[in-house]
Every structure is written in structure tokens, then in C-alpha cells.
Design a protein around this ligand. Structure first.
Ligand code: MN
Length: 172
């Protein structure tokens, strides 16, 4: 898979100055897709929500973080694709660097698109489902994290760029 996917990620960073992982696409990933939510104490504290798909982490900045209340729609602003290795990154991005501040892993686990019953066996089908959802601007996924569990919708707003992260009503 092409490294070009991470060009924006690389262009925003100086890897001599930041401890963040370099732009690399992992090989031989198998099994369920991973998600991570990082708490990022940048100029403004926010949460970064990332879904493994197509060799990278599709990413959104969620100012208030996810809510388990279906009535509570959370703004999710898309950001550049991040390398898969970013999922385990914790550290301090030094002053003057893009995103300066501390990053910790707030939650992580596996996820699957809700439409795809065969996701455990068929990783590629699950990724295809996610890519289609991202294109359509409507994605329904189930997260299996420590803190965040259950089904969520990610919906692009009619205004265009922003998305909303909304919990579906379920037993969680
Ligand atoms: Mn961030």
C-alpha cells in the first residue's frame, strides 16, 4: 500500500523534533480492526478518535470526547490519516511542534461495521464497508473498548466538513 496516504501526516511534522511515529503502513495485519481514543492536551484539550482502515488510522478530533448518551451528539472534526503505529503512541509533543502537548491513550479496543456480520473472518470486507461509509458520510460501527462499548453512528453534517459522533440506543 502506498505511503502517499500519510503525506499530509508527514508534512505537518518534523520527526527529528516530535516523538510521534513515522509514516509507515503496517504489513500483515489480520484479525479485527482496531480503534483508539487519545486524550490530547493541546492548546485546547480534546479527544482524537481513530479507526483502523485501509492501512491507516482514519481520524477525527472530538472536542468533548464520545458520549454514551444517544441524545448527546458530539462534534467530530476530521483530521489527517495517522499511521497505524499511532494507536499506541503516548508522549509529549514538544512546544513549537504541530499538536504540541501531551497525548495519552484514553481507550482502545476493536471495532466492526454494524452492517457486516462476517467481520471477524473477513477483515477486507469490513474495511470495504467502512470506506463506503466514509464516502457516503454515514457509518455505523460497534466499539469494544474498555470505557466505550456499543454501537455508534458517525454522520457527516449537511454543512459538509464536520461529522457527528452519536451513540445508538443499545444495552450499553
Ligand atoms: Mn489531537
Amino acid at each position: 500500500m502506498a505511503k502517499g496516504k500519510l503525506n499530509e501526516y508527514s508534512s505537518k511534522r518534523s520527526f527529528k523534533a516530535t516523538p510521534e511515529p513515522a509514516a509507515q503502513i503496517p504489513e500483515g495485519r489480520s484479525g479485527p480492526l482496531l480503534f483508539v481514543i487519545q486524550q490530547h492536551s493541546a492548546t485546547r484539550m480534546h479527544y482524537d478518535f481513530r479507526l483502523e482502515c485501509d492501512g491507516v488510522l482514519k481520524s477525527w478530533a472530538v472536542p468533548k470526547g464520545p458520549s454514551l448518551d444517544p441524545a448527546d451528539k458530539r462534534l467530530a472534526v476530521p483530521t489527517e490519516d495517522h499511521p497505524f503505529d499511532y494507536a499506541s503512541f503516548e508522549g509529549v509533543i514538544p512546544p513549537g511542534q504541530y499538536g504540541a502537548g501531551e497525548v495519552i491513550v484514553w481507550d482502545c479496543g476493536v471495532y466492526s461495521p454494524d452492517e457486516n456480520a462476517a467481520w471477524v473472518e473477513d477483515r477486507e470486507a469490513a474495511e470495504e464497508q467502512v470506506l463506503q461509509g466514509l464516502k457516503k458520510g454515514k457509518l455505523s460501527i460497534t466499539l469494544r473498548g474498555e470505557k466505550v462499548k456499543g454501537s455508534f453512528a458517525l454522520v457527516r453534517t449537511s454543512r459538509g466538513k464536520d461529522w457527528l459522533l452519536i451513540k445508538h440506543k443499545d444495552r450499553f
